[in-house]
Design a protein around this ligand. Structure first.
Ligand code: NAD
Length: 352
């Protein structure tokens, strides 16, 4: 499929390509939908092998952001940025150059942190653009969103538990966590407090060491995570990991984690359902970060207000589960239904 055909089919408004050879910047910004407000979404640093891979990633991620904000009740659209580079290639000059790209869009896209980015990076980018959120607490921002994202995942897990086991307690359950980055670290703190056994897989030795230091079991081969007998599989690394190969391998009752675009294709939601596995739609259960950031935009940030709103993810996951049962659709389709209903109602009221 041609790029524009893909964008039309998925409702994308805009795709921007930026290069700055002086600083080695290759960046893409995808704006999916701005019906509800400016496109909000993080900037991801990842050394994609091909340009097609990078484009598909940024387009898919931006669409996920539209649905995430819509389902979470926020007045933002969906966007995402991708800088094609590895962590050790990141420089101040590159970050500032990216900031100018964001600024050039005049507020149609608001950037923040995603995989590979740090709060320090966000501070550097903010020297060149005001269309940014997730600044450090000392600069009046909401700081690293990972902690609130993790809190939302934990609340979402409890909502899933209430459906599967008839009560919200996760005590003594076993959770297999794929990826031990920022979100998984905070999530594990909640899980440990509930006496949950946490098994971790990560391809990065520093992340593995961090998990071991918390007393967690770490797999030698990260790919073994799909075979682990557990109650909950928590994908907290990258997308596309629920696919033809992995669904038959899973030995869990619930899939609930922070990674964006966990399902490689829509059909994988049905495959999970057919295997009796409850899937917590990724963009809804991981909305804690964006809810937290929304509390910073245009007002003074309050962690208590943010935490209260993030706790609402419990009810939103319950609503998705009920909608899926009432309409005999997957939980993924139910979340889309709730998000699309909101966007379409605003679109039609604007067209009157
Ligand atoms: P991170 O970069 O801090 O951590 C990701 C971890 O995954 C890294 O330790 C990395 O080594 C590991 N990893 C990569 N590929 C792997 C593989 N194949 N197997 C095992 N481990 C692997 O990222 P993060 O901020 O913790 O975010 C994790 C996921 O959650 C991402 O998909 C991100 O888009 C999503 N997310 C994050 C937030 C947030 O607030 N940080 C919010 C919403 C969604």
């Amino acid at each position: 499929m041609q790029l524009t055909e893909y964008m039309e089919a998925h409702g994308h408004e805009q795709l921007c390509v930026f290069t700055d050879t002086n600083v080695g910047l290759k960046a893409f910004i995808a704006i999916h939908d701005t019906t509800l407000g400016p496109a909000l979404g993080g900037v991801r640093f990842w050394p994609h092998k091909t340009e097609d891979d990078a484009l598909m990633d940024v387009l898919r991620l931006s669409k996920g952001m539209t649905y995430k904000s819509a389902a979470a009740g926020l007045d933002f659209g969906g966007g995402k940025a991708l800088i094609v580079c590895s962590n050790d290639e990141k420089t101040e000059a590159m970050l500032r150059s990216f900031g100018k790209c964001v600024e050039s869009l005049g507020g149609r896209y608001i950037t923040t942190e995603d995989v590979g980015a740090t709060t320090d990076d966000i501070e550097i980018i903010s020297k060149e653009t005001s269309h940014i959120a997730g600044l450090s607490l000392s600069l009046g921002g909401s700081g690293d969103p990972s902690e609130m994202t993790a809190y939302g995942i934990y609340e979402g897990m409890k909502a899933c538990a209430s459906e599967v086991w008839g009560h919200t307690s996760l005590r003594n359950r076993k959770v297999a966590v794929q990826g031990f980055g920022k979100v998984a670290y905070y999530l594990s703190k909640h899980l440990i407090q509930d006496d949950i056994k946490v098994i971790v897989a990560d391809i990065n030795s520093a992340a593995q060491a961090r998990a071991k230091n918390m007393g967690l079991e770490v797999l030698n081969d990260a790919d073994d995570i799909y075979n682990i007998e557990c109650d909950i599989f928590a994908p907290c690394a990258l997308g596309g990991i629920i696919n033809d190969k992995t669904v038959p391998m899973l030995k869990c009752k619930i899939v609930a984690g922070s990674a964006n675009n966990q399902l490689l294709e829509d059909k994988h939601a049905s495959m999970l359902q057919n295997r009796g596995i409850l899937y917590a739609p990724d963009y809804l259960i991981n909305a804690g970060g964006v809810i937290n950031i929304s509390v910073e935009i245009g007002q003074e940030y309050s962690p208590n207000i943010a935490a209260d709103r993030v706790a609402g993810i419990y009810e939103q996951i319950r609503l998705v589960i009920e909608t899926s049962k009432q309409n005999s659709i997957t939980t993924a389709a139910a979340a889309d239904f709730i998000a699309e209903e909101r966007i379409n109602s605003v679109k039609s009221s604007k067209n009157i």
